[in-house]
Design a protein around this ligand. Structure first.
Ligand SMILES: NC(=O)c1ccc[n+]([C@@H]2O[C@H](COP(=O)([O-])OP(=O)(O)OC[C@H]3O[C@@H](n4cnc5c(N)ncnc54)[C@H](OP(=O)(O)O)[C@@H]3O)[C@@H](O)[C@H]2O)c1
Length: 328
């Protein structure tokens, strides 16, 4: 059975999601909701979407929608998700899932009480190369994991109106870009026992460049950096006692990787062509979970989403990034 999607908010990533959804069999884009009717009409026109709603409330109440994709700026995720859950919809919420762990907990509690499906749209987690890396980690090919590195740096011109610089829109590198390395570390090593973070602020007070060292009960370490002031090649690597796994940039998008033994032998080359952006894999997972009657995805359980939000909270505490104290 096809999953009938409604897109909530019509910004940059909503466009990418709509385009990629068109490549997915068993998915139909039936509705869009925007803060204004005119924007809903324009987006609906662009993607031939039959139902166009001039409010988020009207979208979540659309009886033809099975699953809602929440793609507002971060501070809107909590309220939009709660609205969709209250209407009984399955919800896929863009990253970061919420502004902090407390908001995230409310969303998870509401979905559990309603018995509805809730998934964090950390699209990387559902990509084909990550599925293969999951198998390699489970097989123990790398030996004991000693450390990993991951970075996400992009350069943006200083613009106080731009979402990434605006405190009122949850700006800063950490929540928008840094969440990819953080989520990757959680994927490989679980919840850290100790976090150490340093940061330099942008001109609006949000974080511009943030580096983190995560330490684990196993003794492993994760070394992570994010920046909105420098363009990185965005690689990641996992180093084990037997072999290392080198993911080419950009590690969190569809890409290639190698497994190299400690004597330098290439044990595996992953180089599978990928069509489209890659956002559809998270939508496919929502469809699969709905069909199977699941209320969360086993590939990214809600407790892990909460743990990731907890790590981000601790980093923000250490670097002194308090949105309520910054001018909007
Ligand atoms: N997975 C990915 O690769 C990826 C990439 C980029 C962004 N994201 C995430 O997706 C979310 C949206 O990012 P984006 O780049 O699409 O943002 P964007 O281009 O600024 O669009 C956000 C949309 O949210 C709605 N909105 C609601 N309240 C708003 C407000 N106060 N100010 C501005 N817009 C508001 C607007 O749609 P209406 O006017 O229709 O209501 C707007 O078009 C963020 O949480 C971000 O982290 C994910």
């Amino acid at each position: 059975m096809s999953t009938r999607w409604g897109i909530l908010a019509t910004g940059g990533i909503a466009h990418a999601f709509a385009r990629d959804l068109a490549l997915l069999p068993d998915a139909e884009l039936v509705a869009v909701g925007s803060r204004t009717q005119a924007t809903a009409e324009a987006f609906g026109e662009e993607f031939a979407i039959p139902h166009r709603h001039g409010s988020y409330q009207a979208l979540v109440e659309d009886p033809d929608v099975d699953a809602v994709y929440v793609s507002t700026p971060h501070p809107g995720h909590h309220d939009a998700a709660l609205m969709a859950i209250a209407a009984g919809k399955a919800v896929l919420v863009e990253k970061p899932f919420a502004m902090d762990a407390a908001e995230a907990r409310e969303m998870v509690d509401a979905a559990r009480a309603a018995g509805t499906l809730l998934v964090e749209a950390m699209w990387t987690r559902f990509l084909p190369h990550i599925a293969r890396i999951r198998e390699i980690l489970a097989a123990g090919t790398l030996g004991e994991i000693v450390y990993l590195t991951a970075e996400h740096g992009q350069w943006f011109a200083n613009d106080p109106q731009f979402r990434l610089f605006a405190p009122s829109l949850g700006g800063g590198a950490l929540l928008d870009l840094g969440i990819y390395p953080v989520s990757f570390a959680h994927f490989v090593l679980g919840t850290p026992a100790k976090i150490t973070a340093v940061s330099r602020a942008a001109f609006t007070g949000v974080d511009a460049t943030t580096s983190m060292i995560l330490q684990y009960g196993s003794g492993a370490q994760a070394i992570l950096t994010t920046s909105l002031a420098a363009a990185s090649a965005n690689p990641a690597a996992i180093y084990g006692t037997e072999a290392r796994l080198e993911i080419d940039g950009w590690f969190y998008t569809p890409t290639t990787f190698r497994v190299v033994s400690r004597d330098g032998t290439v044990l595996e080359r992953y180089d599978v062509p990928h069509e489209g952006h890659g956002l559809r894999h998270e939508a496919a997972e929502v469809g699969r979970c709905l069909q199977a009657g699941l209320t969360e995805s086993p590939l990214l359980p809600l407790e892990e989403t909460l743990a990731i939000m907890g790590t981000l909270d601790e980093v923000r505490r250490q670097i002194g990034l308090d949105y309520s104290a910054l001018a909007p």
